[in-house]
Design a protein around this ligand. Structure first.
Ligand SMILES: Nc1ncnc2c1ncn2[C@@H]1O[C@H](COP(=O)(O)OP(=O)(O)OP(=O)(O)O)[C@@H](O)[C@H]1O
Ligand SMILES: [Mg+2]
Length: 291
């Protein structure tokens, strides 16, 4: 039995007209679904259109073509968009850096509750903030601190706490670890994993790095030049990659297994070549761009 679909991106195209001669096709016909409680990973090189998808989903752009459905309803309708806004949270690479420097950690985490009219008594709200802070691995002594008094990793934890305090149904994280030190990245990924499995929200997780996505997502889509070139359950994608671009990404990953590393064949893919037209289901749930 499949869980219900919470988010569907259907034939999305997002073009930017730069001048009469130049239109950037940032997203050029992308479709995927995210089910309740599922972690969907989206990967691909810089400029392939990942953030544009995240922004289109959150309603910042009006799609050039295609639709974004939330629980089966078109988000171009105001009511549906508003429901989605209430139930969906976004986390960015620089969310931690963008925290209001004049607010304490407590006020920052509390703010979404206030904005959504969800503060009961202020004691209850304060307890909620404290327990959220603990869930992201920070001691309650940080409640009274200001963002400038925290490290980059701690600020991103606060941003995550702020996003999760209203129990979102869907979380969209656009490269949420990219600006952190390597040593901190693993901690934050672990944190996301724990929080997602405890709270059970659906999760669109965007990253450059396939190895990060492998660790966190149930299904993974690989993007190139505004298109999805391959989409499959994550383990299937890693075990049976079909598209040469996916293969080249996989061959670039370091796997901490000497036998695997010794037998690894580097595969190069010329990203300048023409992409196929048809997204074909090669085996159940495993789609590849062909033609
Ligand atoms: N608002 C915009 N106006 C014009 N062009 C844009 C706009 N937003 C994105 N683009 C272009 O669309 C393409 C896709 O950009 P996008 O930011 O979605 O890529 P990305 O996959 O998120 O890259 P990165 O990994 O670097 O974050 C790029 O060529 C980018 O320059
Ligand atoms: Mg981006």
């Amino acid at each position: 039995m499949m869980a219900e679909v919470i988010l569907e991106v259907e034939g999305l195209k997002q073009y930017f007209e730069i001048s009469e001669e130049l239109t950037i096709k940032a997203v050029d016909g992308v479709s995927f679904k995210i089910h309740d409680g599922e972690v969907f990973g989206l990967v691909g090189e810089t400029g392939c259109g990942k953030s544009t998808i995240a922004r289109a989903v959150s309603g910042i752009y009006r799609p050039t073509a295609g639709r974004i459905l939330y629980r089966g309803l078109d988000t171009s309708e105001r009511k549906v968009h508003e429901t989605m806004r209430r139930e969906c949270q976004m986390i960015f690479q620089d969310s931690g850096a963008a925290l209001n420097p004049r607010m304490t950690v407590e006020k920052i985490i509390q703010e979404p509750l206030k904005l959504n009219g969800l503060t009961g008594g202020s004691d209850a709200a304060s307890d909620g903030v404290q327990s959220m802070l603990q869930k992201v691995g920070m001691d309650s002594m940080y409640m009274t601190k200001y963002p400038t008094e925290l490290s980059g990793g701690q600020r991103q934890r606060v941003a995550i706490a702020r996003s999760l305090i209203i129990n979102p149904k869907l979380v969209i994280a656009d490269e949420p670890i990219a600006s952190l030190d390597i040593s901190i990245q693993a901690q934050i990924i672990n944190l996301f994993r724990e929080l997602q499995s405890a709270a059970g929200f659906s999760f669109l997780f965007i990253a450059h790095d396939l190895s990060v996505v492998r660790y966190i997502s149930n299904r993974t889509g690989v993007m190139l030049h505004g298109r999805l070139v391959e989409l499959a359950e994550t383990e299937e994608l890693f075990e049976n990659p079909v598209h040469p671009y996916t293969r080249s990404l996989l061959s670039a990953i370091h796997v901490p297994d000497p036998l695997y590393e010794r037998n690894k064949v580097f595969s190069e893919y010329d990203t300048g070549q023409q992409l196929g037209e048809e997204f074909v289901e090669k085996s159940p749930g495993h789609f590849v761009l062909e033609g």
